[in-house]
Design a protein around this ligand. Structure first.
Ligand SMILES: Cc1ncc(COP(=O)(O)O)c(C=O)c1O
Length: 395
């Protein structure tokens, strides 16, 4: 959908402001170059360094890097023995990966609606979906804003369920003053290209459980008892295949980017926080706009800035609003089209939009604004200028 800029074609910016470009500096480039010249480019010492830094950062005993968060979510279920006949509860307000992995594990996804005043899974809704077949819950720290983890853990303890945190958006976020990924249950981060810390593609599972950590190592590289790096040692050529594993490893080339990104994660989070504060300060005066907020005692990683707009107060709908922002050279996005609206899930599980009314209502109002460390405060003001121009025009 293309719309012309208001004001006879004078957009607020002369060039398109990107939505979420990666923040790659000279340190990342130098480290990658070093790995390229080192003679070892796949999983090896740099992955191990990255893992050590991640476990130091989160406080979990172990970290294991993988090719994606999707691989980490899937393996966490698989290694727990979840499969045919089992149910796993998660939210419809997420990227499809959180739900697809349940099907990959041959289990049944059971969706529990989000809180009415936010994007996070409702612990009451989770409790209402537990059956004798339920084995696990995947709470998603949407946008980097922590879920009510204590409540989810409490329900899970009562029913003997595994919790696998989907923290794809949430490295650096804090729950009750402590960083997410404390290791009490598997917690999965994503390092996909748009994430706060990136390796282009990648993910990681942190845990305090040594058995799980060892199993992740085994399952992520074919089930080999020794990976290629370990085989380098004298007489190290012998290995066994203990299980028919997968090919889900990260590479040293990717980890080189991650190591340098992780060194800066505090600065990255702080800048995102400052941008979020600016947006909120500039937009909170509109009574038909709901700005995102972080609950007391928590810290968001601000992977997303999800604005909620009551479009019934404007003469433009959400999709045209985003197209009109693009005409002003501002890119915006929607997170997410809830999973229960996706054709496969509708067809397979017979979902209707109103089956999850809170998720559906959020989806119809949501507009994600650009938020990333390279965004200047002047850029933030241009974004708000474009939004205000549209508000004035379409009231
Ligand atoms: C909430 C959520 N969970 C899981 C994933 C999967 O991450 P990955 O692309 O690293 O597999 C994503 C990716 O965007 C996500 O947004």
């Amino acid at each position: 959908m293309e719309l012309p800029a208001i004001d006879g074609g004078h957009p607020v910016r002369s060039e398109m402001l990107p939505f979420s470009p990666p923040d790659i500096g000279s340190a990342e480039i130098a480290r990658v170059t070093g790995v390229l010249k080192s003679g070892w480019i796949t999983r090896g010492g740099v992955c191990e360094e990255f893992e050590n830094r991640i476990s130091d950062f989160t406080g979990a005993r172990f970290a294991h890097c993988l090719s994606s968060a999707t691989a980490g979510l899937f393996l966490s279920l698989k290694i727990a023995g979840i499969g045919e006949g089992d149910e796993v509860i998660t939210t419809p307000y997420t990227f499809a990966s959180s739900v697809n992995v349940i099907l990959h594990a041959s289990a049944k996804p059971v969706l529990a609606d989000v809180e009415e005043d936010g994007f996070q899974i409702s612990p009451q809704a989770v409790a209402s979906k537990v059956t004798p077949r339920t084995r696990a819950v995947i709470p998603v720290h949407f946008g980097g804003h922590p879920v009510d983890l204590d409540a989810v853990r409490e329900i899970s303890k009562r029913h003997d369920l595994l919790v696998v945190e989907d923290a794809a958006h949430a490295i650096g976020a804090e729950y009750r003053g402590k960083r997410l990924g404390d290791g009490k249950n598997p917690c999965v981060f994503s390092f996909h290209a748009v994430k706060n810390v990136t390796t282009a593609e990648g993910g990681c599972v942190v845990t305090n459980d040594e058995k799980l950590h060892k199993a992740l190592r085994l399952y992520s590289l074919h089930g080999q008892t020794k990976d290629a790096y370990e085989k380098l040692s004298a007489g190290g050529w012998k290995y066994d295949i203990a299980v028919p594993g997968y090919k889900f490893n990260l590479t040293d080339l990717q980890a080189a980017v991650g190591v340098e990104q992780l060194k800066r994660v505090e600065a990255i989070t702080k800048k995102r926080e400052e941008i979020a504060e600016r947006y909120t300060a500039l937009l909170k005066e509109y009574d038909f706009v709901q700005t995102p907020s972080v609950k007391k005692g928590h810290r968001s990683s601000w992977h997303l800035y999800p604005l909620l707009i009551d479009f019934s107060r404007l003469s433009i709908d959400r999709d045209r609003f985003i197209a009109a922002l693009a005409a002003e050279n501002i890119s915006a996005n929607v997170h997410y089209i809830p999973v229960h609206l996706m054709s496969y899930y509708k067809k397979t599980f017979g979902y209707r939009p109103d089956d999850f009314p809170a998720a559906y209502s959020l989806f119809r109002r949501e507009v994600s604004l650009p938020i990333y460390p390279q965004l200047s405060f002047d850029d933030v003001e241009r974004v708000v200028e474009a939004i205000e121009k549209l508000f004035a025009h379409y009231r």
